[in-house]
Design a protein around this ligand. Structure first.
Ligand code: AIR
Length: 219
């Protein structure tokens, strides 16, 4: 039997799928992960490198939509759920099955362990919506990318949810020039950073660079 906490989410997703909400007010990207223990990798934080949340919210001016019927002011948004392919298959199914009707354009799905099936199952159920899989650990790579012919998934390297977010926005940018411009600006800022660091390393020399950039106890 499906417990209430799951069933209420399943029902909510189906209800949202029936609503007639303009595309500009629905989330553009759906982020799903197999467990909240994946959040540091999927979002960033807790000692992990920046993740999809930082890429979208900090670098590309997306807002997180936490209420389907009350969109934030930002034009481009994403939503976030935990759906375990094995613990809550009903929820995974409902999330993927309703994604297109709920106005999502692309899904980022991450899971860890050796049976990281959420990305590949979401890709199969949500088809033709594109799904970008994030293997949360190295040992999850094969189960995320190993899809049979005719059942596509796009995937990033283990832990690279930041890049999954960039890929998702690249897809959206084919339809939205504004997002294309944001992606170009982001790339420009990366180049600027590398140029500045390169000049500092060259001109300060290695010891001087370490003294300026590294924590003193790391040197
Ligand atoms: N997982 C959860 N349900 C199915 C799978 N494969 C994955 C999660 C997480 C790992 O199992 O994506 O990476 C461990 O989950 P937990 O909740 O035990 O920390």
């Amino acid at each position: 039997m499906t417990p209430d906490s799951v069933q209420s989410l399943v029902d909510q997703l189906h209800e949202e799928g029936e609503m007639d909400i303009p595309d500009a007010e629905t989330p553009d990207i759906g982020i799903v992960m197999g467990s909240d223990s994946d959040l540091p990798t999927m979002a960033g934080g807790k000692g992990k490198r920046p993740g999809a949340y930082e890429a979208l919210a900090t670098e590309l001016d997306f807002a997180e939509q936490t209420d389907y019927t009350d969109a934030p002011d930002a034009r481009f948004t994403f939503e976030t759920f935990v759906c375990s392919a094995h613990r809550t298959p009903d929820l995974m199914y409902a999330d993927a099955e309703t994604a297109e009707a709920r106005g999502l354009d692309v899904i980022i799905a991450g899971a860890g362990g050796k049976s990281a099936d959420l990305p590949n199952m979401t890709a199969s159920i949500a088809y033709p919506l594109p799904v970008i899989g994030v293997p949360v650990q190295e040992k999850s790579v094969d189960s995320v990318i190993g899809m049979p012919q005719g059942a596509p998934i796009t995937a990033v390297d283990a832990g690279k949810s930041f890049n999954a977010a960039l890929t998702a926005v690249q897809m959206l940018s084919r339809e939205h020039d504004e997002l294309r411009d944001r992606l170009v600006d982001y790339h420009q800022s990366l180049q600027t950073e590398v140029g500045a660091v390169s000049r500092d390393l060259h001109e300060l020399g290695t010891p001087g660079f370490k003294a300026q950039y590294w924590d003193t106890d790391e040197q």
